[in-house]
Design a protein around this ligand. Sequence first.
Ligand code: ATP
Length: 359
Amino acid sequence: MSLTREHIIAALRGVQDPELFKDIVTLNMVKDVRVDGGHVAVTIELTTPACPMKEKVESDVRGAILAAGATTVDVQMTANTRGPANAPAEKRSVLPQVKNVIAVGAGKGGVGKSTIATNIAIGLARTGATVGLMDGDIYGPSMPTMLGIKGKTPQVKGNKIVPFFVHGIHAITIGSLVEEEKPLIWRGPMAHGAFKQLLTDNTEWPALDYLIVDLPPGTGDVPLTLCQLLPLTGAVVVATPQQVALDDAVRAVRMFQQLGAPILGLVENMSYFVGPDGTEHDIFGRGGTEKAAQRLGLNYLGALPMFTALRVNSDSGKPNANFEGEPKLADALMAIVKTLAGQVSLRNLTVPTPTLNVS
Ligand SMILES: Nc1ncnc2c1ncn2[C@@H]1O[C@H](COP(=O)(O)OP(=O)(O)OP(=O)(O)O)[C@@H](O)[C@H]1O
């Protein structure tokens, strides 16, 4: 019996997406099947470029095709998303080269929002995705320090700024465009304008799988501007576990929900402290964010403990060191990154990107 395309498609109906619990043919992930005698070439399209289950899907596909009788198999893995495609045309036409825009917000300052945004961006890039990071914290930009680009000026091409390519990500921060240590006092419309210019009008973003946007803390004009401008895949809200911080985080969640932005999940930062001898000390009430997420019916993306190494690497502008030195730190960060990528995948597959009409 000679092998046909139909045999292969039937065999692939036996391969499930490990997160979505449906077979990959039903999920429309099988994009191309070519059969040439005993050789079979297939293209499988993932729903998020940093799919944590990429290797499992690939090996299951290979196994199913070999079991169907093929002698050699070529599996191409690609990625696409449906977020922007579901958005209204006027929003989709803004940054069409960006597949997923993810906002990182917090109810209050100092909870580690920029730290989480930076490390999510670096972690996604380390899985092979093309990632952009925008420091939209226009009142207190911290990326110049965290990325080690303090005092550097970005290149300008025509009338557009080219993001820095540092540590494997494309990054832009208002901190490179203003004087150091000078307070940025902006009233609402100016903040809106500066943010919009940096995000869309004046920056030459390359094609990106993910654009991570670090927002100012609180519930001000900038998140509104972001939600009005672009089809957001969703928002990540960072909290520390003590009750007062969680109350603020809930306010941030409500704000995103009111703006029509889906919540991808909550992250607990400074969950506990890991001492130099590896012992764990609960300081702020570890686990509070997960409980809050459950109460609100939201996803919980994971916890990041307090690590001296993380603070040192951030202050010295070496974010990749977080993934290479201390194994517990690297594992905590990578777990958050993978859970987030999984949520993006689910989001793009199941829910159309909502629209917001604010004039
Ligand atoms: N888990 C952690 N372990 C150790 N240090 C941390 C951790 N998270 C954040 N920090 C440190 O805490 C400080 C504040 O973090 P960060 O700038 O990310 O907070 P933020 O919420 O973005 O603040 P802002 O209010 O300025 O937006 C930084 O020095 C950072 O290195």
